[in-house]
Design a protein around this ligand. Structure first.
Ligand code: 13P
Ligand code: SF4
Length: 369
């Protein structure tokens, strides 16, 4: 990237003015601008966003739902994505040229997506091709950069989300003998295990050591190659947390997201995507009690929405996802003001070549879910 481009892409810093406004003033401003733009402005919000932001979302959903909605929306000129960077990239890839996608705070990244960069992925692929020849299909969790999605699309693979990972892994293994699963080793391991693949048939690619970590006897038996990445939020739920809940509240059910470590998922009563967790709590009997292993903004919202059930976080010391939390009312108001002034900033734009290849990977997933 040249220096001019670097300067152009430099994230803007929010003016102090927005930080000095009261919550009421910010809410008033956001409401007004939303009213003026009507359906020309669309605000999707991921379930992990703060309540103060979710109240303004035109739709809230998990990664899959938000990708599906972005792919269908043709009315909005501006899509102000309340989520993290890779989600806004996906929205840009799936929308049309007349639509502008904005991320209210460019610092809202995802530490998991940052754990696989394209250079590392290309080097890993070369190594694995030497080892396994043309017998691998790449799959990437949507929590990855557009460049990784493009790499996967170019090589015949697809994206997955936590809602459709089983279906997509099954599909991939019907086409090739083995898969490379980026960048979340836990979602990859938990999904493959659910499908009956043994742990001995899985290996881990370490992108820093550039080697395949494998404890079995025959490397040719490997069916699933897991990228050594993880979610820094979901990794904080532990086996000890589950033992503590079982000890203190023996009738409490434990439900966790499949980004949690394999041992945690195995000990939990239930596991599933963000949407699955929400639906399970909605359907649960009055008076039932739940320890939830997922992001804290969502857990707190579920606690408020279901006063008839006892709900706690599986880890009592959990914090919200710090990067999701960077989208707040001041940043949303700032983004909308810029649109009103016809000077949108923090625009997410994926170059055409990357976008068309990444779209292949996303479309293969959307066609199957
Ligand atoms: P889902 O929305 O697919 O459940 O993913 C959770 C997540 O970590 C999003 O960043
Ligand atoms: Fe990334 Fe985990 Fe935060 Fe989701 S919860 S945005 S995977 S760090």
């Amino acid at each position: 990237m040249d220096i001019l481009q670097l300067i152009k892409n430099e994230p803007k810093t929010i003016p102090a003015y927005y930080r000095q406004m009261s919550q009421e003033q910010l809410e008033q401003k956001i409401r007004e601008i939303k009213g003026v733009f009507g359906n020309k402005l669309f605000i999707p919000g991921h379930h992990y966003q703060r309540d103060e932001v979710i109240q303004f979302a035109d739709v809230s959903g998990d990664s899959l739902q938000l990708a599906q909605i972005a792919a269908k929306n043709r009315d909005a000129q501006y899509i102000v994505f309340c989520g993290v960077h890779f989600m806004a990239e996906t929205a840009d890839i799936l929308t049309k040229d007349h639509q502008t996608v904005i991320l209210p705070d460019m610092r809202a990244g995802c530490s998991m997506a940052d754990m696989a960069d394209i250079e590392q992925t290309e080097r890993a692929w070369e190594h694995l091709q030497r080892l396994y020849a043309d017998s691998i299909l790449p799959l990437t969790y949507v929590n990855s950069t557009a460049a990784i999605k493009a790499f996967v699309g170019k090589n015949g693979g697809a994206t997955v989300t936590s809602s459709n990972a089983e279906k997509m892994v099954k599909w991939a293994l019907s086409l090739k003998e083995r898969i490379l699963f980026l960048p979340d080793q836990h979602l990859g391991r938990n999904t493959a295990f659910k499908l009956g693949i043994k742990l001995e048939e899985m290996a881990v690619w370490d992108p820093h050591e550039e080697q395949l970590l494998f404890e079995g006897d025959d490397i040719k038996k490997v069916k699933v190659i897991l990228w050594k990445g993880h979610c820094s939020v979901h990794e904080n739920f532990t086996v000890e947390n589950i033992s503590e809940v079982r000890h203190k509240e023996p009738t409490m059910k434990v439900i966790v997201h499949p980004e949690c470590q394999h041992e945690v998922v195995r000990l939990a009563d239930e596991s599933g995507s963000t949407n699955y967790i929400i639906k399970t709590i909605e359907k649960a009997e009055k008076g039932s009690s739940w320890a939830i292993g997922t992001e804290m903004n969502l857990v707190n919202r579920l606690i408020k929405q279901h006063p008839d059930k006892k709900i706690i976080s599986l880890n009592p010391h959990m914090c919200p996802c710090l990067t999701m939390n960077r989208i707040d009312l001041p940043h949303l108001a700032w983004a909308l003001d810029a649109i009103k002034n016809d000077q949108p900033h923090n625009v997410i734009h994926i170059d055409d070549d990357t976008a068309s290849k990444a779209k292949l990977a996303l479309s293969r997933m959307l066609e199957r879910t």
